[in-house]
Write a protein that binds this ligand. Sequence first.
Ligand SMILES: [Zn+2]
Length: 90
Amino acid sequence: MKNNVSTKILEGIENATEITSNIQGECPKCGGTSLDYGDVVFEDFIDDGAVYFPWTCPDCGAEGREYYYIYFATHKVKDKEGYFDEVEKW
Ligand SMILES: [Zn+2]
C-alpha cells in the first residue's frame, strides 16, 4: 500500500514538469485542488510584507508555497470585561 502511494507520487512528479496555472487553491503543476496546507509562515514578512502557507499536492507530489500579502485593517483594544472592541475613530 505504502509502496503504491510512493510510486504514484514519483510518477506524478515526473509527469508534472511544467507550471500550468497560478490560481489560489490549485496545484500549479497538475491543477489538483486537494492541496494539503501547513501552518502560515511569517518568515518573509519583514522583507516584502508577505506570508505563505507551505503545501504539498497529493495528486502529483509537488511542494510549494502559497503567498499572501497582509494589510493593516484596524486595532481592537481589550476592555474591562476582557472583550476586544474595535477602535472606531480614525
Ligand atoms: Zn499537483
